[in-house]
Design a binder for this molecule. Structure first.
Ligand code: MTE
Length: 309
């Protein structure tokens, strides 16, 4: 497929129809929630219809969110994803839904998004590396999709897989991680209303470096759980393997809930640096469950979170 990049063309001209339709539904979804003005521009600070799950903390800029990334498929440096992810083809895109579901199959992106109400969710993202951002995602609750495909009674976990395409993802030609990147959630975590499949940010479609065209966002867990560019979702009975746990089981557990009291093997998790605050900005305290304790602590009742890391 060739790429047309002449600046005189309109956005729709240079955008594959699927993505365009996707963007249109993004906008339609936002207009429906009132988070978008009629001119199709994101309403300032979503004051029109704030999601009860959104934070009102200052958002990171689009530039910060799209130029300081972890997406090891494109290399280990924070600048690599922006530099190299243009090579990833995101149209056509399909997601295979497999395992313990009533309607397994390969769904194209439009079908995955069908009837799922899109919302803007302004979430904190806390990376395990002790930095954080505030990101205005656009997405839909994963529970909506899971309910639509019908979760069977035996299912206890949800496994996710990222695109494996080494010819487009240069990092996959290096042994940084075992490819493809995989992640997983317990079924109740996956069904929680805070857990979304994000298809955009800042009122527009998802940039490649942030996990286009569809990625998971689980705001109370370290960022590496929020797997990008998802091509497969499998309902399983057993706890699925996860990439960072495979790479270093001593340092990365399955749960990986943000927890200021449980340090990483090599650094403290008690504080974090907000990206964009400047090199000498004060570190801020890390909050239990990244500030979402009221919503999610019930999921972990009876568990010892210093052991089940
Ligand atoms: N998903 C894939 N497939 N590959 C990755 O390397 N990095 C994770 C997560 N999802 C990663 C991934 C990490 S460590 C973080 S902090 C977040 O993506 C970063 O998301 P962002 O770049 O959109 O801020």
């Amino acid at each position: 497929m060739h790429r047309r990049t002449k600046p005189t063309l309109t956005w729709a001209d240079v955008t594959p129809r699927d993505v365009f339709m996707n963007r249109r539904s993004v906008i339609a979804g936002l207009a429906a929630t009132g988070a978008m003005t009629l001119a199709g521009r994101p309403a300032d600070a979503v004051s029109a219809a704030p999601s009860k799950f959104s934070t009102d903390e200052p958002k990171n800029t689009f530039e910060e969110i799209t130029s300081y990334n972890n997406f090891y498929e494109f290399g280990p440096d924070k600048a690599d994803p922006k530099k190299y992810s243009k090579a990833m083809t995101t149209d056509p895109w399909s997601v295979e839904i497999a395992g313990l579901v009533d309607k397994p199959g390969t769904y194209d992106l439009a079908d995955v998004m069908k009837d799922q109400p899109l919302e803007e969710r302004i979430y904190r993202l806390r990376c395990v590396e002790a930095w954080s951002m505030v990101i205005p995602w656009i997405g839909f609750e994963l529970s909506g999709l899971l309910n639509r495909v019908g979760v069977q009674p035996g299912a206890k976990y949800v496994a996710f897989e990222t695109l494996y395409r080494p010819d487009e993802m240069r990092g996959q030609r290096m042994p940084i991680l075992k490819w493809p990147y995989v992640e997983g959630l317990r079924l109740d975590e996956a069904m929680h209303p805070l857990t979304i499949m994000a298809t955009g940010l800042y009122g527009d479609e998802m940039p490649n470096q942030n996990g286009a065209p569809i990625r998971l966002v689980v705001p109370w867990k370290y960022g590496f759980k929020s797997i990008k560019s998802v091509v497969k979702i499998t309902l399983t009975e057993d706890e699925p393997p996860t990439s960072w746990n495979i790479a270093n089981p001593r340092e990365y557990g399955f749960y990986s809930n943000v927890n200021p009291k449980v340090d990483h093997a090599r650094w403290s998790q008690a504080t974090e640096r907000r990206i964009g605050g400047g090199l000498f900005s004060k570190k801020r305290p890390t909050l239990m469950f990244n500030g979402y304790a009221d919503e999610v602590s019930g999921l972990y009742e009876g568990m010892d979170l210093t052991k089940d890391i």
